[in-house]
Write a protein that binds this ligand. Structure first.
Ligand code: AHN
Ligand code: ZN
Length: 329
């Protein structure tokens, strides 16, 4: 009996402590908590595993076995997470004349809804480490842990969350192929820019649904690097400045301002350019900028491997996207 009585005051003390710590929250913290209510929690451990699973296939260069096998893995994961999957196969000529056996992989949720958001990332990896500090690596394929796999890993984790809790809008997750077969840095020929983003060019001219449209699009490119800084990419700013603002403000509301910095970045010829131009969907690119003007330290080098991936960056990007998606009505 005595023991029971001594336990009650302890319990009350604990309750008082919890009440106290709640009161101690600042107004802005409470606001974030209110906004994040009913929004799924992005799991960076899970996203990391999806990045690693892709990298474990080896370089995903079009016309290789690893590319075919990874494509099958990605389509199977989208199906497992309840998406309606469309495979868009095309033979796309590279600047070398080689026909690339390209496969855009599309996972759709609520396909019947006219209110949609579309998220993109490329899943192929570059055939050449032509930015490697060691010249003898310039014709070796890269693992593309960040340049390719990171964005797809984040989108797969979002797919898993969507299956658990459906957002109001229809969502399309599009894994674009043949982004990174742009001309080798040693190539001196004409029309260099047009040979990037071949899968995006194909999808933008031949969307998987006739007359396809979406409220806006977001492209993820290299969203897993350590201490990444994302600035407003110039082309995105011109075509979809309001979407940039929406995403960067959302990141700030979640405490991720150190990743999403509200400054002008440079212009990049990336998948989103062709999606804006040909499909007319206002689409931004979330892509890092280093102080020295590059994308990230290990871009197109053999060091773009799993060691270059930081879960904290995946979390910042993933949770921001989840918040953007579930806020949209
Ligand atoms: C250019 O370098 C012109 N575009 C690069 C787009 C890219 C390559 N993103 C990832 N890899
Ligand atoms: Zn690349």
């Amino acid at each position: 009996m005595r023991r029971t009585y001594t336990l009650i005051p302890l319990y009350l003390v604990l309750l008082a402590f919890i009440a106290c710590s709640n009161k101690a929250k600042t107004a802005s913290e409470s606001k974030v908590l209110a906004e994040t209510a009913n929004v799924p929690q992005f799991n960076a451990d899970s996203a990391y595993q999806y990045v690693k699973a892709q990298v474990d296939f080896g370089p995903r260069v079009p016309n290789t076995k690893a590319h075919v096998e990874c494509g099958n893995y990605l389509a199977a994961k989208l199906a497992e997470f309840g998406a309606q999957v469309t495979n868009q196969y095309a033979d796309l000529p590279a600047y070398t004349g080689t026909l690339l056996k390209s496969r855009n992989i599309i996972g759709s949720y609520k396909p019947e809804s006219k209110k949609r958001i579309v998220l993109f990332s490329h899943w192929d990896s570059r055939p050449w480490a032509d930015a490697d500090p060691d010249e003898k690596n310039h014709y070796k394929p890269i693992l593309g842990a960040n340049d390719g796999a990171s964005g797809v890993g984040v989108l797969l984790e979002i797919a898993r969350q969507i299956q658990k809790q459906e957002p109001e809008l229809g969502i399309d997750l599009i894994f674009l192929d043949a982004e990174d077969y742009g001309a080798h840095s040693s190539y001196k020929g004409e029309h260099k820019e047009e040979y990037w983003a071949l899968g995006a060019q194909y999808w933008a001219r031949n969307p998987h649904v006739q007359g396809y449209n979406a409220r806006f699009g977001i492209l993820l490119d290299m969203v897993g690097g350590k201490k990444a800084i994302f600035r407003y990419e110039a082309y995105s700013q011109e075509k979809a400045g309001n979407i940039n603002e929406k995403v960067w403000n959302t990141a700030a509301s979640l405490g991720y301002s150190q990743y999403f910095v509200k400054e002008e970045g440079g212009e990049v010829t990336d998948d989103h350019v062709f999606i804006n131009e040909y499909a007319g969907i206002p689409t931004i690119d979330i892509i890092p900028y280093e102080e020295n003007g590059g994308f990230y330290k290990y871009w197109h080098t053999l060091k773009d491997d799993m060691d270059a991936i930081d879960k904290a960056t995946l979390q910042a990007v993933g949770q921001t996207l989840v918040q953007v998606i579930y806020n949209e009505k």
